[in-house]
Design a protein around this ligand. Structure first.
Ligand code: PLP
Length: 412
């Protein structure tokens, strides 16, 4: 058989191939990236764009961070995959260093964010049966409406987004959905069979929705009182995005289980993790859970370099950068409210911007911004999200917000 190699250049050529041969499950902006460095990407036409999405926070440290690339290169030449049938010399140090960074006891390494969530749900159910004493097959887990936790069949089964769940049933039972931010609803949903509450400390995909003050503390209190695990999905909010190691801790709250992904792999490897105490993660025994790629040495080597970056909590570290630059982003975006922007929600270097729907959709604004060299992505309806790499400069933030101001002025 002869395989014909596709030859061509240019945006239309690449979009044509994707349209013809890739499943049609995305509607990307018309930008085909060929190279990237720091906060900037260059497309196949040679145009440069400021990346204000950063792989939905997977690229918190920017494209090609030298320390992360060096760690990956070094590990590539040594060993990349062993499976968990054997040990490898990166897994133990990665788990120990990540546990030390977060002040917890155990790590279950997986690959994608959805896998971390699935694994967290399995662990919570097993904990419910073995530690809490819930009768077999009765475990329930409370989740929040408007949340986003990934795309597996179990996870979309408790999504409230019709696009995410429509056509994929039947779904896994055992989930109760309550309104995000509603403490009374949460309290009412807890039963003796409830084993966990799974929430995002800030709802990312929903448009950077920050819960009312005191909500996360109330979740903690309810979970403690009812012997229920507080599972914080920090896949998008964790590792610096909010100016804190963990968004929950930024709100002064400690969860029982943290789910990390995205930035944990430094934008180089898929790497996610369930992080918890021995009482919780200790319920897993050999053969009960696993993944061929989970804990592979290449991902763990990059993850260790990410942990080193995150350990610097000094003035030059990622957390300080996120806070300082987030303040600039919030101030500049805030000035647009009433000028084509209805509302801005900012936490750390993360912003949800509600565009006045009379001016156009979030998609219209994202396309117009791309034409001006700034990449963001719309989320629901007329909301766009800014989550630039934490290494973006003040001048680049000014450039991005100026571009938005010009786009809004043109649409008016
Ligand atoms: N959890 C949260 C909070 C997310 O934002 C996402 C992805 O956006 C996921 C889980 C799923 O991660 P992945 O796409 O790596 O499966």
């Amino acid at each position: 058989m002869t395989i014909t190699t596709a030859h061509g250049t240019g945006t239309a050529f690449h979009e044509g191939l994707v349209h013809a041969y890739s499943a049609n499950n995305y509607h990307p902006l018309p930008v085909v990236v060929a190279r990237a460095e720091g906060a900037w990407v260059t497309d196949v036409e040679g145009r440069r764009f400021l990346d204000c999405l950063a792989g939905y926070s997977a690229l918190n440290f920017g494209h090609g961070h030298p320390a992360l690339v060096a760690a990956a290169h070094e590990q590539l030449d040594r060993v990349t995959l062993t499976s968990r049938a054997f040990g490898n010399d990166q897994l133990g140090p990665f788990c120990a260093e990540l546990s030390a960074l977060l002040g917890t006891q155990m790590v279950l390494p997986m690959n994608t964010g959805a896998e971390a969530v699935e694994s967290g749900l399995k662990v919570a159910r097993k904990w419910g049966y073995e530690v809490k004493g819930v009768p077999v097959n009765r475990a329930r887990i409370v989740v929040a409406g408007g949340g986003f936790h990934g795309r597996t069949t179990t996870i979309v089964g408790f999504s409230t987004d019709p696009d995410a769940r429509g056509g994929f049933g039947p779904f896994t039972p055992g989930f109760d959905i309550v309104a995000y931010g509603d403490t009374a609803a949460l309290r009412a949903a807890i039963t003796p069979d409830t084993v966990a509450v799974l929430i995002e400390p800030v709802q990312g995909e929903a448009g950077v929705v920050v819960p009312p003050a005191g909500y996360l503390a109330a979740v903690r209190e309810i979970c403690t009182a009812d012997h229920v695990l507080f599972v914080a999905d920090e896949v998008q909010s964790g590792l610096g995005r909010t100016g804190h190691l963990l968004a929950s801790r930024g709100a002064g709250v400690e969860a029982d289980v943290y789910l990390l992904g995205k930035a944990l792999g430094g934008g180089i490897m898929p790497l996610s993790a369930v992080i918890a105490s021995r009482d919780v993660l200790g319920v897993l025994q050999p053969g009960q859970h696993g993944s061929t790629f989970g804990g592979n040495p290449l991902a763990c080597a990059v993850g260790r370099a990410v942990v080193r970056l995150m350990s610097d909590d000094g003035p030059g570290g990622m957390l300080a950068m996120a806070r300082a630059r987030g303040a600039v982003l919030a101030e500049r975006l805030g000035a647009l409210v009433g000028h084509g922007v209805d509302a801005v929600r900012c936490v750390g270097l993360w912003a949800g911007v509600d565009i006045d729907p009379r001016l156009g959709s979030g998609r219209d604004v994202s396309e117009a911004l791309a034409e001006r060299g700034v990449l963001v992505k719309d989320t629901h309806g007329s909301t766009i999200r800014f989550s630039p790499p934490l290494v973006i400069t003040h001048a680049e933030i000014a450039m991005a917000v100026d571009a938005l101001r010009q786009v809004l002025a043109e649409l008016r």
